[in-house]
Every structure is written in C-alpha cells, then in structure tokens.
Design a protein around this ligand. Structure first.
Ligand code: IMP
Length: 198
C-alpha cells in the first residue's frame, strides 16, 4: 500500500467519522487534526480546490506525513451558487439550524422558484514534498421547503434532498449517504487512486 497512514486535516467531527469509516476497509490509518492537536488552517481561497489544497499542503509540510483535506459546500441555484465556499461561515455563529432558516428565507426572498442545489467537494492529497492530487465529487438535489430532521448528518443535511430520493441527507444512514454524497464520490475517486497505486 502506497499510504499506510494519512492525516485528515479537519476538525469537523461529522466529516472525520465519515472519512475514517470510508478508508477503514483499505487498512489506511486516518489521524485527524484533532487527534494530533494540529492548528487550524485559514480558508482564504475562493474555490473549493484552493481551500482544500491550502489545508492539505500546509499540514503535509508541517508534519512530514501525507495529508488529505477537503473543502465542500452547498451551492443553491436560486442564490447564484451561494453559499458555496462560504457555507460554514454563512451560518450565524456556525449554528446550522439558524443557517438553514437563513437559507430557506433567502430562497423565498430571491423570488426564484427553483429549489435546485448541489453539494460539491474537492478532496486533495498532498505529499510532504509538495506534490498533490485532486479528487472531485458532486451530488445534485433540491432544497426542501422546510427542515426534515433525522437522526443523522450535520450542517445542511436536513434541508437537502438528493435527486431520486424523497428523504433528506439527515434521514439517511451514514452508509447510504456515503454512497452518493459529494464527499463520498470524491473519496471513491481517492480510494481508486490508492488501489491503482498499490
Ligand atoms: P468546510 O468544507 O469544512 O469548509 O465546510 C463546508 C460546510 O459546508 C460545512 O460546514 C457544512 O455546513 C457544509 N457541508 C459540507 N458538506 C456537507 C454535508 O455532507 N452535509 C451538510 N452540510 C455540508
């Protein structure tokens, strides 16, 4: 195996759990930024790829261990792609219940009847020598009229209904969400890269 141990440069407990679960079958040990008490890297980029690379490259150089990072967000057609790379900051005080209310309100105020949206994710793998790879994933869907609370998920999951489903991401099991989610799809490409580079 090319990589036995990697760092996942994230402090987001929901994402860390998803990524550890996805890479477990490959026997890759995933340490999170929390496990190693690593500092936060500021997301100053304007694209998902830029932000993802800022995090993975900085941590790989800092630790000398290959590092993956992701940047992701929700892009809403009626809001011209917002909140996009600003999805985390869009929620007041990172309170996603308030963030979802704000989003539902802004869609109504936009006067645009479209409920179309997609989640995008760019996973980057950076090596300590500066080399890197990018893996992209996207899932299309619609924004629900109101929150559809479920036992699972995080962030905007309760208002996102993926195409072909009648339930929100928050109402799906982690396993089912991982199969079709933006992060799941980007991670599938990353997994394939690991398998191809045995
Ligand atoms: P970042 O990728 O850590 O910068 O955060 C992106 C933000 O987009 C998260 O804080 C969530 O609000 C949102 N987001 C990204 N992926 C998901 C997801 O799978 N479900 C719900 N919200 C998500």
């Amino acid at each position: 195996m090319l990589l036995k141990k990697i760092i996942f440069a994230s402090h987001n407990a929901g994402k860390i759990a998803e990524v550890k679960e996805m890479l477990l079958p490959l026997g890759v040990e995933v340490c999170s930024a929390d496990d190693l008490d690593l500092p936060d890297v500021e997301e100053t980029g304007t694209t998902f790829a830029e932000n993802s690379l800022l995090k993975s490259k900085t941590i790989a150089k800092y630790t000398g261990i290959p590092c993956i990072a992701d940047d992701s967000g929700l892009c809403v057609d009626a809001l011209h792609g917002a909140p996009g790379v600003y999805s985390a900051r869009y929620a007041p005080n990172r309170d996603f219940a308030k963030g979802m209310d704000k989003l539902l309100d802004e869609i109504v105020k936009s006067g645009n009847p479209s409920r179309k949206a997609h989640f995008s994710c760019v996973v980057s793998l950076a090596y300590p020598d500066g080399k890197y790879e990018l893996f992209e994933g996207r899932v299309d869907g619609i924004i629900a009229e109101q929150k559809m609370l479920g036992a699972n998920g995080f962030g905007y999951d309760p208002i996102f209904i993926p195409d072909g489903y009648s339930c929100s991401f928050a109402q799906m099991s982690h396993e089912d969400k991982n199969k079709i989610s933006h992060r799941g799809r980007a991670m599938q490409k990353f997994k394939q890269y690991l398998i191809d580079n045995l």
